[in-house]
Design a protein around this ligand. Structure first.
Ligand code: PEP
Ligand code: MG
Length: 578
């Protein structure tokens, strides 16, 4: 049994069989073959070993002049392993004894070797672990090649164990069968975390070595509350976690009772709770969980999920479906937030050196006008069918905002000429998610109908902490005084200009931070739909006086640690009474 600590980013417990996706995205399922096929599997193994050996030998011949002695040593080690009779015998024996497929046997044996190597104190040997994975990948490429498995066609519940999950991978998930997620990389607001929370799947990220410790077919436990990942748990541990999982489900049922109760503080302040969605079907979940509508529709998923560039009609149909599922609820459609980790990098001939500071979000749209126009047309057309708002992401200056608004105005004129209906008064808002926008919020507020505070990016850019980098995840703190002061400032600018302001970053779904947000004056929160009941419970357990006192105290602190300690102790007593 191995227990690894990471960051719990989506609550709940999953006890399940693992599928492991390595960096090259091979999924190696535990699969047996009929006895008559064993010889064929052993033959496939021999062929793969032969092909892999030939490949490395050819590399040595053709590339030797370009390699220094270190690289030559690495490939000599690879050849050594590929030719090692004991290792080859172990894999073949496993196929014969257990009737496994060649790829599964390769994966099991090589991961066993890697596990063994990683535990030896001899650094020369422990450093060979990455070579073993390289060899595994090379063999799998020969064995699976074009027959690569994917996560779209699962037939049984699994925990997905991966280095990291790209937005494209998660968009294509067969969500029904994914019971848990464990990744080496990531932080609280990384894409994997957001999707896991939206889908209500327990997840732990920043595990560093989840893919090294778990092999396909292993039983694993993902504990999204305590940030723990257990590989091959013993019977006692499974029992303990099963108890915990049962208690979690019971707690969820209790929370479900709040669904139809209003989100009102003890002293009568109404709080609007909305859902963040990536896919139209989630709009319904937002309502089922007690939300009043959609506060953030991340439309870039239309791009990540598709095999072609979405047309105006694709956009329109997605918005209409969302509106249909919502009934009368409100919906804020964010124009595509592509770039950085989403979609555009993989299409670039030379990826940007610093994509989070690069051509992303509104910047990308303003440089790709046909794409932007298609989306704005679709939003405007949908706007006559419900309470629709437009939201521009990552606006950092007034010129960008004016340009985007000018484009909307032009498109309205085109629609007018074409006799196509739209809501002329459609509210236009911006995400405030950079210090630049926060510090100039007074000016921006005068030219928009509403603000939406994107704390995920606001924290990343304020604290200079990459939100998807597990190595600096401990520095990513919503309670940092700079973050709290910026939020306060944004709220005050919105209040002065008498415009609405919502918080739609993950901070709005963290029970500890919600009282502080309320205390800062924020009364509309948009969050992952499965988190709505828990946050409603917090809202119903506090008074505004309490929240204001907490916010005032937090703003007076000079470290986030003081804020965290304060809210932890207060929350215990607040929720105890709630
Ligand atoms: C944010 O930055 O807080 C936000 C809600 O947007 P995203 O997480 O999609 O960047
Ligand atoms: Mg953002």
């Amino acid at each position: 049994m191995e227990i690894i600590k990471g960051i719990g980013v989506s609550p709940g417990v999953a006890i399940c069989t693992a599928v492991v996706i390595d960096a090259e995205e091979y999924r190696v399922p535990r699969r047996s073959v009929p006895p008559g096929q064993i010889r064929k599997e052993v033959q496939r193994l021999r062929q793969a070993l032969l092909d892999a050996t030939r490949e490395v030998t050819n590399l040595q011949i053709t590339q030797a002049d370009l390699w220094d002695s270190r690289i030559k040593d690495i490939f000599a080690v690879h050849l050594h392993f590929l030719r090692d009779r004991t290792l080859r015998g172990q894999i073949a024996d496993l196929i014969k004894k257990e009737k496994f497929t060649a790829e599964y046997a390769v994966s099991v044996i090589l991961r066993d070797v890697a596990r063994h190597f990683s535990q030896t104190p001899d650094t020369y040997i422990s450093e060979r672990v990455s070579d073993i994975y390289d060899i595994e990948r090379r063999l799998l490429r020969h064995l699976i090649g074009s027959r690569r498995e994917d996560l779209e066609h699962l037939t049984e519940p699994v925990v997905v164990v991966a280095h990291d999950l790209t937005p494209t991978q998660t968009a294509a998930f067969d969500k029904k069968y994914i019971n848990g997620i464990a990744t080496n990389a990531g932080g609280r607001t990384s894409h994997t975390a957001i999707v896991a929370r939206s889908l209500g799947i327990p997840a732990v990220v920043a595990l560093n070595e989840a893919t090294a410790k778990a092999a396909a077919g292993d039983t694993v436990i993902v504990d999204g509350d305590r940030g723990t990942f257990v590989v091959n748990p013993d019977v006692q541990t499974v029992k303990e976690y099963q108890r915990y999982a049962d208690a979690f489900i019971e707690h969820e049922h209790e929370l479900d009772e709040l669904v139809h109760l209003p989100a009102v503080t003890k002293d009568g302040q109404k709080i609007t709770l909305l859902g963040n969605i990536e896919f139209p079907y989630e709009a319904e979940i937002a309502l089922q969980k007690g939300g009043e509508g959609v506060g953030l529709y991340r439309t870039e998923y239309l791009y990540l999920d598709a095999d072609h560039e979405p047309t105006e009609e694709d956009h329109y149909q997605a918005y209409m479906e969302t509106l249909r599922r919502l009934g009368h609820g409100q919906i804020t459609i964010r124009t595509v937030d592509l770039g950085a980790d989403k979609f555009t990098q993989q299409r670039r001939i030379s990826p940007e050196r610093n994509p989070f500071l690069g051509l992303r979000s509104i910047r990308y749209c303003l440089q790709n006008l046909p794409l932007f126009t298609r989306q704005i047309r679709a939003i405007l057309r949908a706007s006559v069918h419900g309470e629709v708002k437009i939201l521009f992401p990552l606006v950092t200056n007034l010129m960008e905002l004016r340009q985007a608004k000018w484009i909307v105005a032009n498109i309205k004129e085109d629609l007018e000429e074409q006799g196509i209906e739209y809501d002329d008064g459609i509210p236009i808002g911006i995400m405030i998610e950079t210090p630049a926008a926060a510090l100039t919020a007074d000016d921006l507020a005068d030219e928009v109908d509403f603000f939406s505070i994107g704390t995920n990016d606001l924290i990343q850019y304020t604290l200079a902490v990459d939100r998807v980098n597990e190595n600096v995840a401990w520095l990513y703190s919503p309670g940092h005084p700079a973050v709290l002061q910026l939020i306060k400032r944004i709220y005050q600018s919105a209040k002065r200009a008498k415009i609405d302001v919502t918080v739609c970053g993950e901070m709005a779904s963290e029970i500890e931070y919600v009282p502080i947000l309320l205390g800062l004056g924020l009364t509309t929160l948009s969050l992952a739909p499965p988190r709505i009941p828990e946050i409603k419970k917090v809202v119903r357990s506090v008074t505004m006086a309490q929240c204001r006192r907490l916010a005032r105290k937090a703003l007076s602190f000079d470290t986030d640690k003081q804020t965290i300690n304060l809210i932890r102790s207060e929350m215990e007593s607040i929720l105890g009474k709630g």
